[in-house]
Design a protein around this ligand. Structure first.
Ligand code: PGA
Length: 249
């Protein structure tokens, strides 16, 4: 995989019924039927995976991912979903450590690291999400937080193959406040440097996505930034017209 294949990821979070997911996915598949500018990744809730999968089947640029995974093969983990179950549902990708899981559900760094490694070993491509809160940024702790989340998130993976990182400043998620281009340049360069120190030359092919209030209006400028290899889009991905406009920006 090359960092040059731009990844456009739609994180639908806890939204949509199966009928709604199928409708949005079909609409996107029609709009982006011959899309060549990158890979379009739909990340619906678990109950909507099959609806989205069948709507995008056979459309070349599209793939499917899940929002979370549990780091065990199977067993007594009520409410959780295993990597093998996600592969069986047609997922190629999975998010790990999304800020809502860290900050709303209380997931610890080490747990995110176990998920990332377990998912990768099972054959899923993890998208490890990292990002600082506003107090952390204002306290000058951006690099410290990113280093900690990257180091713990990647602690148990043996190679960078299939790995992507999503830099999502927590204060920009779902708020309508986008990081400035300068903020994005700085954070993505820092993540790229960290990847080089951890994975050597292979760190160059790890895609780094930006996430946090990406819209059709700002997508082009964000995607033009060095070391931005894609976007992870929440709110603006729920509507097919808006997400297609981001992919075509
Ligand atoms: P947002 O969410 O685009 O609504 O800010 C991004 C994300 O949380 O992945």
């Amino acid at each position: 995989m090359s960092a040059s294949t731009t990844l456009f990821a739609a994180n639908w979070k806890m939204n949509k019924t199966r009928v709604e997911a199928a409708a949005t996915a079909s609409d996107l598949a029609a709009r982006l039927n011959d899309f060549h500018a990158g890979e379009v990744l739909l990340i619906p809730g678990f109950t909507c995976l099959e609806a989205a999968r069948s709507a995008i089947a056979g459309v070349p640029a599209f793939s499917l991912g899940a929002q979370d995974v549990y780091p065990a093969e199977k067993g007594a983990f009520t409410g959780e979903v295993a990597p093998g179950q996600l592969l069986d549902a047609g997922c190629a990708y999975v998010l790990t450590g999304h800020s809502e899981r860290r900050h709303v559900l209380g997931e610890a760094d080490e747990f995110v690291g176990r998920k990332t490694a377990f998912a990768a070993a099972a054959g899923l491509k993890p998208i490890l999400c990292v990002g600082e809160t506003l107090p952390e940024r204002q306290g000058g702790r951006l690099e410290e937080v990113l280093t900690r989340q990257l180091a713990t998130g990647c602690a148990e993976i043996s190679s960078s193959e299939g790995l992507a990182i999503a830099y999502e400043p927590v204060w920009a998620i779902g708020t309508g406040v986008t990081a400035t281009i300068q903020d994005i340049v700085q954070a993505h360069a820092f993540v790229r440097g960290w990847l080089a120190s951890r994975f050597g030359a292979n760190g160059d092919s790890v895609r780094i996505l930006y996430g946090g209030s990406v819209t059709p209006k700002n997508a082009r400028d964000i995607l033009a930034v060095d070391n931005v290899n894609g976007v992870l889009v929440g709110g603006a991905s729920l509507d097919a017209e808006s997400f297609a406009a981001i992919c075509l920006a």
